[in-house]
Design a protein around this ligand. Structure first.
Ligand SMILES: [Zn+2]
Length: 105
């Protein structure tokens, strides 16, 4: 004799938290896309290069980012330009000019 098994979802505090997070699409993310120009501006060191020109600078050090392999077009959180750089940083969404929303849908 076959018994039909009915699956039900038990209400729990965890489920309530997940539902609230899913519904609120306006939540801002702490994971923000950054373009190559802003990455270099924030993660490099330069020194004057007077032999090239009076205001010229030479790159002496840059921190290499970890990139997302299959990157999508994102909006840089700092300059608002589209970027396919595939790099994200942790940043307070209230302190960037173009904060990304949470991707939880
Ligand atoms: Zn940028």
């Amino acid at each position: 004799m076959d018994k039909e098994i009915k699956l039900t979802q038990r209400p729990s505090k965890y489920n309530e938290i997940v539902r609230e997070t899913t519904i609120d699409k306006t939540r801002l993310s702490w994971t923000q896309p950054i373009c190559e120009v802003d990455w270099i501006a924030q993660n490099s060191k330069w020194e004057p290069a007077p032999e090239i020109g009076p205001d010229a600078e030479r790159l002496i050090e840059i921190r290499m980012p970890v990139r997302v392999v299959d990157s999508e077009i994102k909006t840089c959180a700092f300059c608002g330009n589209p970027t396919i750089f595939g790099v994200f940083i942790r940043a307070d969404p209230k302190k960037v000019s173009y904060p990304a929303k949470d991707d939880l849908i």
